[in-house]
Design a protein around this ligand. Structure first.
Ligand code: SAH
Length: 247
């Protein structure tokens, strides 16, 4: 089957499963997912599956990208902050719908690769940076939309909530533990926050701070940490658990 035929098959699958926003389907049709996956997985780029991108991370399952993007209720007037650039695929999809996308990644090498893809695809409305996304991007706040593509915790990081505009929407996987995450939609109002639990999902963890870089001493440990691995306690036992799949 040609890659065009595979892409059409995937878009039809998304539609059957509730991705009915024409903006979201069009954006996913326009962004070549094969550019965002390692060459060894090119033949699977239009399967509905998460794929490894290195550093223990994955590019999300297309269904999850479609549903989370749709849950954001985007328009071309809005400014979006994404936490967890990863491959850059989700940011690229957002960039086809929103006015401007800011995205933060804690793994510097992943960020560099993603930035190369944004350049190659001429996605000039994306601004990306290296850092701890849990702190948000105060200089560019407030954001009308925030999408967190890594999961964990019962509540959203407070800095992200502060940087969400009144009337804005945040979509984030939350849950007490890795096995019971749900995609949650939060709406900030004048008086508080409305919370809707959308569907169960599996996501790689949202981790605080940035990993130490090669050659950089880790305070208190007197040694260097490999800059590319999450702490061992958070590495799930099998690959099926690190993928961003609907649970
Ligand atoms: N949106 C990505 C997939 C997300 S993978 C894509 O489309 O490919 C989740 C990403 O979140 C990983 O790359 C991980 O390194 C990153 N991450 C986890 N915690 C983070 C944090 N606190 N700040 C920034 N990035 C974080």
């Amino acid at each position: 089957m040609s890659s065009v035929a595979r892409k059409i098959r995937l878009l039809m699958l998304l539609r059957r499963n509730g991705v009915n926003s024409t903006d979201v389907l069009r954006a996913m049709e326009l962004i070549p997912r094969e550019v965002f996956v390692p060459p060894t997985f090119h033949d699977q780029a239009y399967e509905d599956t998460a794929l490894p991108i290195g550093h223990g991370q994955t590019i999300s399952q297309p269904m999850v990208v479609g549903l989370m993007t749709q849950a954001l209720q985007l328009s071309d007037r809005l400014k979006v902050l994404e936490i967890g650039t990863g491959s850059g695929y989700q940011a690229a999809v957002l960039a086809k719908i929103a006015r401007r996308v800011y995205t933060i990644e804690r793994h510097r090498p992943l960020l560099a690769e993603a930035e190369g893809r944004f350049q190659a695809l001429r996605l000039h409305n994306i601004t990306a940076r290296h850092g701890d996304g849990m702190r948000g991007w105060p200089q560019a706040a407030p954001f009308e939309r925030i999408l967190v593509t890594a999961g964990g915790g019962m509540d959203p990081p407070p800095d992200l909530m502060d940087q969400l505009a009144v009337g804005g929407i945040m979509v984030i996987p939350l849950g007490a533990d890795r096995r019971s995450l749900h995609v949650v939609r939060l709406r900030k109002t004048e008086t508080g926050v409305e919370r809707e639990q959308l569907w169960p999902v599996r996501f790689v963890p949202l981790l605080p701070a940035v990993p130490a870089e090669p050659g950089q001493a880790v305070p208190g440990q007197g040694q260097t940490e490999r800059g590319d691995m999450p702490p061992p306690a958070l590495i799930p036992p099998d690959f099926s658990d690190v993928i961003h799949q609907r649970a």
